[in-house]
Design a binder for this molecule. Structure first.
Ligand code: MN
Length: 247
């Protein structure tokens, strides 16, 4: 079988340079799992964007800055950073096609948020100011290594995520350690989606399409691309996603 092509919408870099960029870690994780990453420029015109969409066997929504609040019907609380509206528009359009047509989608960090917003959900705009007694969810470079385990998540038994990660149940249920570098999270989960993982402070760390409604539409709030190859559950996450893209 031929390797599936996974489309990764790029973004405008935070330094303002006129480039479309993507971190290598996502591309390498996809490639290591048997897929071929294809970077997608932010072409907003519907016809050409659709041509790009038609090239890919799956969609990976990567990490990055905050989704602008108007895309989920909220006012900007003043805590949003690194907004990139062209990226928001392109990713939301691609994701809605993927959800409607059964194309596999994996959302990572900002990507779980984009997935939720595209499907009609809302976001916590800033965890420290909105979630009482929140854990430390911002533990990334340069102070912490990319694979630093910041907290655990409890995974809903019977979910696709639990099956994919294949974590072993302990006294606290299905749980696994994850890295964490986000200040936003899913607030109201989108219609047609269920919560599949939470941190101990209640912050949502995983969502997926309701069972049987889509072949693979799943988001995680952590960064599995920085946990491969050393964490087998995260290797399985990419393998299963690529396998779903294979059809
Ligand atoms: Mn977290």
């Amino acid at each position: 079988m031929r390797e599936p092509i996974i489309g990764l919408p790029t973004y405008n870099p935070f330094n303002g340079e006129p480039d479309f960029v993507m971190r290598q870690s996502y591309c390498r994780a996809i490639f290591a799992a048997g897929g071929i990453p294809l970077l997608l420029p932010l072409i907003e015109e519907e016809g050409p964007l659709r041509r790009l969409y038609d090239l890919v066997d799956g969609l990976l929504l990567a990490g990055g800055g905050d989704v602008a609040a108007e895309f989920y019907g909220a006012a900007d609380s003043g805590k949003l950073t690194l907004i990139d509206r062209p990226r928001d528009r392109v990713e939301i359009a691609l994701t809605r096609w993927a959800l409607a047509e059964g194309l596999p989608v994996l959302g990572i960090c900002r990507g779980i948020q984009t997935l939720n917003v595209a499907a009609g959900g809302t976001l916590v705009q800033d965890i420290p100011s909105e979630v009482p007694e929140a854990l430390k969810h911002r533990a990334g470079p340069p102070k912490y290594a990319g694979d630093y385990i910041a907290h655990t998540v409890t995974v809903a038994s019977g979910s696709l995520l639990a099956d994919v990660l294949a974590v072993v149940a302990g006294p606290e249920g299905l749980s696994t350690g994850v890295n964490s570098r986000h200040h936003q999270a899913v607030r109201d989960v989108a219609p047609g989606f269920v919560v599949t993982a939470r941190a101990d402070d209640g912050v949502i760390e995983g969502i997926e399409a309701e069972p049987g409604s889509h072949p693979f539409a799943l988001g995680v709030q952590w960064h599995p691309e920085n946990m491969v190859p050393q964490h087998p559950p995260m290797v399985r996450l990419f393998s299963r996603f690529v396998a779903a893209c294979q059809g």
